[in-house]
Ligand binder design. Structure first.
Ligand code: NAD
Ligand code: LMR
Length: 330
């Protein structure tokens, strides 16, 4: 029996993500945690005629402990979203503490769970989660993931549109690096099946994948950022983890991981020079089984995109680590 927790379950991502998990045959027990409204969301979902139970927990009444206890997978979309004019890093001030507190609950009550971080800025919140888990001596790098699947989903969709293909899902487009602006590196040269991107469209396509989040923030005009496409992406990634855990073969998705902790990751770290990086990862019963490094077969242009990405990532990662090592005065 698999118990899944959504932390931030009453939010724009949390609700549709919880709906998708309620429909999944890989989840039998769904725990919805939030500071508001999670019992209402749970009551609503509990009427759906799929197998498995769903229950809501609030932060009061030991809700974090109750929700986390016995969890196999914890997905975290808790925290504030961007408004027009903001960067993801502008969310750090509030979301860093939210992620720290929720992951503390994971460390205490679900130390063996897979932990999937959606809350932004992912480039910093994943190192925060790792440092908290280390403090509690339960850090397993094979089980901690920054969810960057929305970048992959966008790369599939926008690439299909540029080449005039009707079904984006038939394309595999690796996207590596981080999850913000130019830390996002689409590897269009490795698209499967192979595509010819016209030279005059390449830069605009890369830019649209890197800044797709801004497109949604602008269109929502102050009402938040991507929620529905993110719920789809978060669910796709959660199911990949659960399929691997169930022993299914050939499950690969890019995700932001601590490179030294996953087989094959140290080589990527040596090449790029940062501790955390999104790379295609193969999933198995223990989580991230190995990194499938694409670095040996990329184009010169993509190498330059990585150089730019790494500069941004270094500061983002250090900021997350520092937040736990030297917590800001309250
Ligand atoms: P939202 O405001 O609609 O929902 C956030 C939810 O978190 C709310 O229900 C809120 O009550 C809850 N919350 C706040 N503090 C909490 C706490 N301490 N414990 C538990 N729950 C808490 O926001 P959203 O649109 O769902 O976005 C959530 C986060 O996801 C944002 O940080 C956003 O930037 C990020 N995001 C990431 C990606 C990605 O690709 N990784 C994509 C889209 C959005
Ligand atoms: C996204 O890529 O859509 C998310 O990271 C949300 C955002 O702030 O853009």
């Amino acid at each position: 029996m698999v118990k899944a927790v959504v932390a931030g379950a009453a939010g724009g991502i949390g609700q549709p993500l919880s709906l998708l998990l309620k429909l999944s045959p890989y989840v039998q027990d769904l725990a919805l945690y939030d500071v508001v409204n999670s019992p209402g969301v749970a009551a609503d979902l509990s009427h759906i005629s799929t197998e498995g139970s769903v229950k809501g927990y609030l932060s009061k009444d030991d809700g974090l402990k109750e929700a986390m206890t016995g969890a196999d997978i914890v997905v975290i979309p808790a925290g504030i979203p961007r408004k027009p004019g903001m960067t993801r890093d502008d969310l750090f001030k509030i979301n860093a503490g939210i992620v720290r507190d929720i992951v503390t609950g994971v460390a205490q009550y679900a130390p063996n769970a897979f932990v999937l971080i959606i809350s932004n800025p992912v480039n910093s919140t994943v190192p925060i989660a790792a440092e908290v888990l280390k403090q509690h001596k339960v850090f397993n790098p094979k089980k901690l993931f920054g969810v960057t699947t929305l970048d992959v989903v966008r790369a599939q969709t926008f690439t299909a549109s540029v080449v005039g293909a009707s079904d984006p899902a038939k394309f595999t487009v690796p996207v590596i690096g981080g999850h913000s602006g130019d830390t996002i590196v689409p590897l269009l040269s490795l698209t499967e099946p192979k595509v010819e991107i016209p030279q005059d469209k390449y830069e605009a396509l890369v830019n649209r994948i890197q800044f797709g989040g801004d497109e949604v923030v602008k269109a929502k005009d102050g009402a938040g950022s991507a929620t529905l496409s993110m719920a789809y992406a978060g669910f796709r990634f959660a199911e990949a983890v659960l399929k691997g855990a169930a022993g299914e073969k050939n499950i690969v998705e890019p995700t932001f991981v601590f490179l030294d902790g996953v087989e094959g990751g140290a080589e990527v770290k040596k090449a790029v020079g940062v501790d955390y990086f999104s790379v295609p990862v193969k999933f198995g019963p223990s989580g991230a089984e190995s990194v499938q490094s694409p670095l040996n077969s990329i184009s010169e242009t993509e190498k330059k995109l990585i150089e730019v990405a790494v500069k941004g990532l270094q500061g983002n990662i250090a900021k997350g680590v520092e937040f736990i090592a030297n917590p800001p005065a309250k």
